[in-house]
Design a protein around this ligand. Structure first.
Ligand SMILES: [Zn+2]
Length: 280
């Protein structure tokens, strides 16, 4: 594992940044009005059971450096490792009723990603995934990931950007955040058809007085969604959820994902019409 970014800056451990972490308030991070009584699943049960249906053990990683292998359905239903759910950070209505359309869009998408060999494809065709209703459902898919990333921010002690709450409330963009589709070679080598989430990456200012940037990713197999928040915002951004056929950006490893350093794709871009570029 590398411990430096490509520009030579050290990657600091959680201890160095501990003083910048915010303690959980006990309230739901989305509505901020009701107590946090439920924990979001790190991996949806439908994903876990579907991916195990062929009898192979399922390998998944939870971003804390833990890699687990689960054999058989009982491993999922019993949550024997106690690591399938995030700590409680949402109220029951937000975690269930309010986010139901997000969960529904994700279920359709994850089933599609699981049965489609996307690593060799330049992008994902959301009209094929969702049909005529692709615009609303792709936004809801992005909001599913937004909810997932928000729960991870609470767990890691990162303040939740207001733009994330507003996005879940129905806004159609986030001025200080970027979401893109990705595929990562090291994740492919390690998890193949499994599920994994990246380490939570955070960047502070030089004097470690405040957080300036977060990068989080979550994968189905090697196909992921990457979220980046920047304190100063993005002047130019290209959100995957605004395009019918957004590209899948290719990365070598998780350091490259943190840095936003893409590798050349294996396909011939000039032959294709895929829109949407990584942020610059
Ligand atoms: Zn709530």
């Amino acid at each position: 594992m590398q411990d430096r970014m490509s520009d030579g800056r050290p990657i600091r451990g959680p201890k160095d940044l501990a003083h910048l972490r915010v303690a959980p308030s006990g309230m739901c991070w989305w509505c901020q009005a009701r107590p946090a009584t439920t924990g979001e699943h790190k991996f949806k049960r439908a994903d876990l059971t579907r991916l195990m249906a062929d009898g192979e053990p399922l390998l998944w990683g939870d971003g804390d450096g833990n890699t687990r292998e689960i054999r058989g359905r009982s491993g999922v239903t019993r949550d024997r490792y106690g690591v399938v759910k995030f700590p409680k950070s949402l109220c029951e209505p937000c975690n269930n009723k309010r986010s139901k359309p997000f969960d529904n869009a994700y279920d359709i998408y994850s089933e599609y990603v699981d049965r489609t060999w996307l690593r060799i494809m330049p992008g994902i065709d959301f009209q094929q995934v969702f049909g005529a209703d692709w615009e609303a459902r792709t936004l809801n898919l992005a909001r599913y990931y937004g909810k997932h990333f928000g729960c991870r921010m609470v767990r890691a002690g990162f303040p939740i950007p207001d733009s994330l709450r507003e996005f879940l409330d129905g806004a159609t963009d986030m001025p200080d955040a970027h979401m893109g589709l990705i595929t990562t070679d090291s994740i492919h080598a390690r998890y193949k058809g499994g599920l994994s989430i990246s380490p939570d990456f955070v960047e502070a200012d030089r004097n470690l007085t405040r957080l300036k940037r977060y990068v989080l990713a979550a994968y189905i197999g090697s196909i992921g969604v990457r979220y980046e928040w920047r304190e100063e915002g993005f002047t130019e951004r290209s959100q995957f959820f605004h395009y019918p056929r957004p590209v899948i950006n290719c990365f070598k490893d998780e350091i490259a994902v943190c840095e936003g350093r893409t590798r050349r794709p294996g396909w011939f871009a000039s032959l294709l019409q895929w829109a949407n570029r990584p942020s610059s």
